[in-house]
Design a protein. Structure first.
Lengths: 254, 310
């Protein structure tokens, strides 16, 4: 540790944020077949921050990891194209929940011994916002969740993080787990030549089953449905009409 | 077995979400305990004890808990947690920071951002930026849940529950609190305001954001909100961002000014009762979320609206 700082960045493969997903006709789940998949946006911020720490000489090695099926290799390629030194696919066919992912990542952290683990603050598919905090708990590390600035100073990660109505600054002793907010940085654009080069870099595959832990889901998905429908919009012609409607129809104005 | 509610407070005042959580907790038909962690908790404890449906208020007070860290609060919950069958918090920045940590230590999965409790272990929660509502059933022996508090009515006031002081465990050796910046505003708190006026990137500058929207907000006694684009452009402070990555609001009246209506934004306001959209583009998707739409230039329409109000 110290002068040999290794970073582990967890990246997840999710439906691209531009895609509006559809529900299967039987309402059992969302239809993902054929949907465009990408790296979770917050995880790009985590990767970007790792690369910046490497560029300023604070980090020596950046390892990207994803937990999922072989298809998840494409987000590792993206991480490699952003500049990750190595990539690990923790291969698992199971439906994973944050606790299960955190348990698998914990074992990987124990093997790899990074000084810092960076995750996104939330995945945009399940919108759970839990994995980083759970990983920190299981490792008994300090946590900095939802960070918008990061500096490594004297063996601590000094971070600014979101709180209600403002921000706070905390110092988390290394090794630590941090989760990134979008405002932490502007992720670099991945250039095609880098992506081509990343295709040639090896990806280490580890079977999650090898870790021998139970990651079976604790939640059963009963059904999925559209959000409650809103009624159609009434267009008004001018401000007077708007005020009138808000007063007499919607009754939200005195 | 009982329900434990992790309460939020600020400047010795209890947040309104606590009364909403207490009300939501009644569906378990168990005794309800409220946990307060902080320093100088007397006033907040009184506030919690007054909520109908609360059996006990548990206070953990210490100077180092003035700005509670996730490490410390999760430890406190876990120390008490095995006595409880349900542990609840609001799906706020605070709840989202603490509860997953506590859940992992208790070896249970957490259910986050619940908008409806269908049965004691069956919940509805939005996924895919609020485009889909999932119903999930938890099999865990302890239910650890964060609720979108605004979806639940408040419990009544008029109780006098016992207040119990618990000894604080030692402070985390791993994390230190350094400082905080709270954005000062005399407007109502965004998360619980009954009217929200919200502006987008189209306001063009921080000066315009203030000069166009503040007079309307003043007349409506409303909170101000913003899109991420407006925040990123520096027109508005980041703690008023509404959406997937910001605050979730559910006011009686939401006025969207020059906002396109991206799902990442509407995820944060889709529970609003009445939505007004002002946008000069008739095809803006915000109109699909709105009850009343006005196709107009905001720089003319907003001052006119402000002037038309008493
Ligand atoms: C992972 C992720 C998370 C995100 N989280 C959030 C979030 O939490 N909150 C959020 O808000 N966004 C979020 N975003 C960004 C979101 O996708 C949109 O980019 C953003 O909401 C757009 O903001 P806007 O409506 O201000 O700007 P634009 O989309 O640029 O829309 C401006 C609108 O103003 C109208 N307009 C322009 N001039 C005038 C005028 N003079 N009079 C009237 N109307 C006018 C235009 O017609 C247009 O509809 C997120 C994005 C990602 C990828
Ligand atoms: N299957 C996964 N593989 C790798 N990282 C993950 C996985 N699931 C979650 N994460 C990480 O945890 C963060 C928060 O996810 P979540 O708790 O699901 O909202 C993500 O932004 C990722 O960094």
């Amino acid at each position: 540790m110290g002068d040999l700082m290794k970073l582990l960045v967890a990246v997840k493969r999710v439906v691209d944020y531009n895609i509006k997903v559809h529900i299967k006709p039987d309402g059992s789940n969302v239809e993902l077949a054929g949907a465009r998949m990408s790296i979770n946006p917050f995880d790009e911020n985590a990767m970007e921050e790792a690369m910046r720490l490497k560029e300023i000489g604070v980090a020596t090695e950046v390892v990207a990891v994803t937990v999922g099926t072989a298809a998840a290799q494409d987000v590792l390629r993206h991480a490699l194209a952003m500049g990750a030194d190595r990539a690990i696919l923790l291969e698992s066919a199971d439906v994973l929940e944050p606790l299960g992912v955190a348990k698998l990542l914990k074992i990987l952290v124990e093997r790899e011994q990074p000084s810092l683990v960076l995750l996104g603050k939330q995945s945009i598919d399940d919108d759970t916002c839990q994995t980083g905090q759970m990983l920190a708990a299981l490792l008994d590390y300090g946590q900095g969740a939802f960070i918008s600035t990061l500096n490594i100073e004297n063996g601590e990660a000094v971070v600014t993080r979101e709180i209600e109505g403002g921000t706070e600054k905390i110092a988390v002793a290394l090794p630590a787990v941090l989760t990134t907010d979008l405002r932490l940085n502007e992720p670099r654009y991945v250039k095609l030549p880098n992506l081509m080069m990343a295709k040639k870099k090896p990806i280490q595959t580890i079977s999650a089953a090898e870790f021998g832990i139970d990651v079976s889901p604790r939640l059963a998905l009963v059904k999925v449905a559209d959000p409650p429908a809103r009624k159609a919009c009434a267009m008004v012609n001018n401000v007077q009409e708007l005020v009138e409607k808000l007063r007499s129809e919607a009754r939200v104005l005195p | 077995m009982s329900v434990l509610i992790l309460a939020e407070h600020e400047n010795q005042k209890l947040k309104p979400s606590v009364a909403q959580l207490v009300n939501a907790a009644q569906c378990w038909k168990q005794t309800v305990h409220v946990l307060l962690v902080g320093n100088d908790l007397a006033a907040a404890a009184q506030g919690a004890a007054a909520i109908t449906g609360v059996a006990s208020v548990m206070c953990v007070e210490a100077p180092h808990l003035q700005h509670p860290l996730a490490e410390d609060v999760a430890n406190i919950i876990v120390g008490m947690g095995r006595e409880y069958s349900v542990i609840l918090a609001a799906h706020s920045a605070f709840g989202r920071n603490v509860l997953p940590r506590a859940a992992a230590l208790l070896d249970v999965e957490m259910v986050g951002n619940v908008v409806e409790i269908q049965a004691p272990a069956t919940y509805v929660r939005p996924i895919y930026v609020g485009n889909v509502f999932a119903t999930v059933r938890s099999k865990d022996p302890i239910q650890v849940v964060t609720l979108r508090a605004s979806r639940f009515d408040m419990a009544d006031i008029g109780n006098n529950a016992e207040i119990v002081n618990l000894a604080p465990p030692p402070a985390s050796a791993k994390t230190r609190w350094l400082s905080e910046i709270r954005n000062q505003s005399d407007r109502p708190e965004l998360g619980s305001a009954s009217v929200v006026v919200s502006g987008g990137r189209s306001l063009g500058s921080a000066e315009n954001f203030e000069s166009v929207l503040a007079p309307l907000a003043a007349k409506l006694h409303s909170a101000l909100g913003a899109t991420r684009s407006a925040v990123d452009a520096g027109f508005a402070p980041n703690d008023i961002q509404i959406g997937q990555t910001g605050t979730v609001v559910a006011p009686e009246l939401y006025i969207a000014v020059g906002i396109s209506g991206a799902v990442q934004h509407t995820a944060g306001m889709q529970d609003s009762k009445i939505v007004v959209a002002i946008n000069h583009d008739p095809d803006a998707s915000i109109f699909q979320m709105a009850d009343y739409g006005l196709i107009a230039d905001l720089f003319e329409a907003v001052p006119a609206l402000t002037a038309a109000l008493p």
